[in-house]
Ligand binder design. Structure first.
Ligand SMILES: C[S@@+](CC[C@H](N)C(=O)[O-])C[C@H]1O[C@@H](n2cnc3c(N)ncnc32)[C@H](O)[C@@H]1O
Length: 318
C-alpha cells in the first residue's frame, strides 16, 4: 500500500473518531449556539462533528497554527461550505483574529459585537503532524529537529538543542518534560554538539538513550518521550499561549457560552483547572465538570492516543 493510501486511511479513521467527541458534544451543547470557535482545528475532525449538529444559521471559526492542517481541514469540511471560516494563526491571538472578522463586509458578528458562544481546544499536536517525519515531532521517525507547529516561526528544536546553555536545557527538560535525568541528558547533548551539531530526531533519540542507559529499563515509556515533549512545548511556547488564550476567550464568551478544553498532560491540565477555578471564584464561570472527564475504555481500545486525555468544560454565567 502506498504512503498516500496509508495516510488517507489514517485521515479517514481519525475523521470519524476525534478524541472524546461524544462527551465534547454533550457538554458544549451546540444545538442553540451561534458562533463556535475551535482554536485547534487540526484536520477538522471535531469541527466536522460540530458542524453536523450546529444550527444552519450558526457559524464556525477554525484556527490552527499549521497551514498544512488548515488545507486538509478545508477539504474535510467542504460539504459545510459557507458555514465556516478557517484561519491560520495562534489561538492566543483570538481577540485579534475575531476583530479581523468584525471588519469584514459579510461578518458573522452582528451589531459590532464579537462575542462567541463556544470556545474549544484539543491541545497538542495531531496524529497527522506526528506521522510526517519531515516535521520532526516523532522520536520514532528520522527527520530534521524541527517541531514547529507554524513552519514560518523563527525558532525550531534544532536552535534550542544546539544553542541553549547546559543550565537552560536542564531547566526546559525539568519544567516541560518533568524528566528525572535532565542533568545527565543535557550534559551528553552539550558534549556531543562540541563535535558536530545535533540535527536529526534519530541523533537526539540515540543520544538520550545513551545518556539514560540501563536506567530506562525501569520506565514504561521510551527514554526520549519526555525530552521530545519538553522541546515541543518550549519551541511552540505551549503553556504561555494556553494561559493567554484562556483568559482572552473567557472574556469573549457570551453569557451562557461554553468553553471546553482537552489536555494531554498534567502541565496543561493544571493551567486549565486553575483558569476555570479562578474565573469561577469571581462568579464569571460555572464549572460543569467537577472532575475532568476521561475517555471510556472502549475509546482507548479504538484510539490509544486518547488514553491521557482530560476534558474540562465550563459555562459563562455573567
Ligand atoms: C490534537 S490536534 C487537534 C485535532 C483536531 N481536534 C481534530 O479534530 O482534527 C491539535 C492542533 O492544534 C494546533 N495547535 C496547537 N497549539 C496551537 C495554537 N497555540 N494556536 C493554534 N493552533 C494550535 C496544532 O497545530 C494541531 O493541529
Amino acid at each position: 500500500m502506498s504512503t498516500v493510501n496509508i495516510l488517507e486511511q489514517m485521515v479517514n479513521k481519525i475523521k470519524h473518531y476525534p478524541v472524546m467527541y461524544r462527551e465534547v458534544l454533550e457538554f458544549l451543547d451546540l444545538k442553540n449556539k451561534r458562533i463556535v470557535v475551535d482554536g485547534t482545528l487540526g484536520m477538522g475532525s471535531h469541527a466536522y462533528k460540530f458542524l453536523e449538529v450546529m444550527p444552519k444559521e450558526s457559524f464556525f471559526i477554525g484556527i490552527d497554527r499549521d497551514h498544512e492542517s488548515i488545507d486538509i481541514a478545508r477539504n474535510n469540511l467542504a460539504q459545510f461550505a459557507l458555514r465556516f471560516s478557517l484561519v491560520q494563526g495562534d489561538f492566543s491571538q483570538i481577540d485579534q483574529i475575531l476583530k479581523g472578522f468584525k471588519a469584514l463586509d459579510q461578518s458573522p458578528f452582528s451589531n459590532g459585537m464579537y462575542g462567541i458562544d463556544v470556545f474549544f481546544l484539543d491541545l497538542g499536536i495531531s496524529t497527522y503532524q506526528l506521522s510526517i517525519s519531515d516535521r520532526g515531532f516523532s522520536f520514532l521517525k528520522e527527520g530534521p529537529l524541527d517541531m514547529r507547529m507554524d513552519r514560518k516561526y523563527f525558532l525550531s528544536a534544532y536552535d534550542l538543542v544546539n544553542n541553549l546553555s547546559e543550565e537552560e536545557l536542564i531547566h526546559i527538560f525539568r519544567k516541560y518534560g518533568e524528566e528525572r535525568y535532565s542533568r545527565r541528558i543535557a550534559y551528553f547533548i552539550v558534549n556531543e554538539r562540541k563535535i558536530s551539531p545535533i540535527s536529526s530526531t534519530t541523533q537526539l533519540t540515540q543520544l538520550v538513550t545513551k545518556a539514560v542507559g540501563a536506567r530506562s529499563h525501569r520506565s514504561r515509556i521510551h527514554p526520549a518521550t519526555r525530552i521530545f515533549q519538553a522541546l515541543r512545548i518550549a519551541v511552540n511556547r505551549e503553556l504561555e499561549v494556553l494561559e493567554k488564550a484562556l483568559s482572552q476567550s473567557i472574556s469573549l464568551l457570551n453569557k451562557g457560552g461554553r468553553i471546553g478544553v482537552i489536555s494531554f498532560h498534567s502541565l496543561e491540565d493544571r493551567i486549565v483547572k486553575h483558569a476555570f477555578k479562578s474565573a469561577a471564584s469571581l462568579g464569571v464561570l460555572k464549572i460543569l465538570t467537577k472532575k475532568p472527564l476521561t475517555p471510556t475504555e472502549n475509546e482507548i481500545d479504538e484510539n490509544s492516543a486518547s488514553r491521557s486525555a482530560k476534558l474540562r468544560v465550563a459555562e459563562k454565567i455573567c
